[in-house]
Design a protein around this ligand. Structure first.
Ligand code: NAD
Ligand code: IPM
Ligand code: MN
Length: 346
């Protein structure tokens, strides 16, 4: 038998609602197996910040390192200044735990409504760099609030950081049937970072001769997401482009309520963290109407990462069957969770 030691961070807004359902499905899929889950819930987010001023105490960060994986709901709250929780909690976790592969798969499940007239077959994965780019906080402002204000956010791209994520993306492309990698940047304008990415893809690509490589400027990539998403297999891109493209990817495959992600540390020097792509959705929080499917699919990614591939597949099959039968209708959060839990048990 095997035991799984999970850290759970429900966070803010709909985060707590969707995590409840994700854990329901996790328990259900492991029932009757020899895998035992133990979980510790961490109170982090807006409530704690209001009460104590803390976003992520060092002691909690150290405790998190002792778990096999982390499941996170969402962070961010209208009553907390924008950026405090996003940077101090979520990004700090991604950086400290070295989640350099932000894995965001997109699949158009049969039965799901898409805004695209001709969607074709959509089944791609975005490998979004997770520890660098404009996210690192390298910048600053001068003469704030004056007509002469200067505000800089410097994108940091290191040879080490770009190479490791590009190599991971090539390996993922190599393992998929279509063996295609599209790298997305803007090297016609961002010549410093863009050319580092281009040279890195060219060099690492020599180790993967079977993978076909394609390049798109990020603006053109948004066109193809809408007009021909079937052309994509694996996409690798920087932190900010990847953030924007994956909300678009969610929108064309049934909406943000279905989009799952893994913040992966491929070297396994720290636990990886799984979370829906969406945020805390203050506009619908507390109403019991958030779609928990993205979180359930994130649980599937979590199990896959831990080598429980059969259980992971049972969850994606259950989601596919559920969407096939009922589509993304107006069901309540708990109804969707219950239906998925029942399907993975049966
Ligand atoms: P959001 O993803 O929270 O919401 C965008 C829209 O999608 C809203 O209309 C919301 O109701 C809807 N939506 C989101 N998740 C849904 C679900 N599961 N089911 C149904 N509808 C859903 O993005 P936002 O409004 O830009 O940000 C709100 C807060 O969340 C901000 O504080 C932001 O910083 C934070 N945020 C956090 C994360 C994260 O924790 N990973 C991600 C994005 C945004
Ligand atoms: C996401 C979110 C985060 C990001 C924010 C909340 C820091 O938008 O997970 O996509 O930009 O990565
Ligand atoms: Mn985002």
């Amino acid at each position: 038998s095997r035991s799984l030691n999970l850290a759970v961070i429900p966070g803010d807004g709909i985060g707590t609602e969707v995590v409840t359902e994700g854990l329901k499905v996790l328990d259900a899929v492991l029932t009757g197996t020899d895998v035992k889950v133990g979980s510790t819930t961490y109170d982090l987010g807006a409530r704690r910040w209001h009460a104590t001023g803390e976003t992520l105490p060092d002691s909690v960060l150290e405790e998190l390192r002792g778990h096999n994986a982390i499941l996170l709901g969402a962070v961010g709250d209208p009553d907390v200044p924008s950026g405090v929780l996003e940077r101090g909690l979520l990004l700090r976790l991604r950086f400290e735990l070295d989640h350099y592969v932000n894995l965001r798969p997109s699949r158009l499940f049969p039965g799901v409504t898409t805004p695209l007239a001709n969607p074709g077959e959509i089944d791609f994965v975005v490998v979004r760099e997770g520890t660098e780019g404009p996210y690192v906080g390298n910048g600053g402002a001068l003469r704030v609030g004056t007509p002469h204000e200067v505000a800089n956010e410097v994108s940091v791209n290191t040879a080490f950081g770009v190479e490791r994520v590009v190599r991971d993306a090539f390996a993922r492309a190599q393992a998929r049937p279509r063996r295609k990698l599209t790298y997305v940047h803007k090297h016609n304008v961002l010549v410093h970072a863009g050319h580092l990415w281009r040279r890195t893809v060219e060099r690492v690509g020599q180790e993967f001769p079977e993978v076909a490589v394609d390049y798109l400027h990020v603006d053109a990539a948004t066109i193809f997401f809408v007009t021909d998403p079937g052309r994509f297999d694996v996409i690798v891109t920087d932190n900010l482009f990847g953030d924007i493209l994956t909300d678009l990817a969610a929108a064309i495959t049934g909406g943000i309520g279905l989009a799952a992600s893994g913040n992966v540390n491929p070297d396994r020097t720290a636990p990886s963290m799984f979370e829906p792509v969406h945020g805390s959705a203050p506009d619908i929080a507390g109403q019991g109407v958030a779609d928990p499917t993205a979180t359930v699919l994130s649980v599937s990614l979590l199990l896959d990462h831990l080598g429980l591939t059969e259980q992971a597949a049972r969850i994606t099959d259950a989601v596919a069957a559920d969407l096939g039968e009922r589509g993304t209708s107006t069901r309540r959060t708990a109804d969707i969770g219950d239906a998925l839990a029942a399907r993975v048990t049966a």
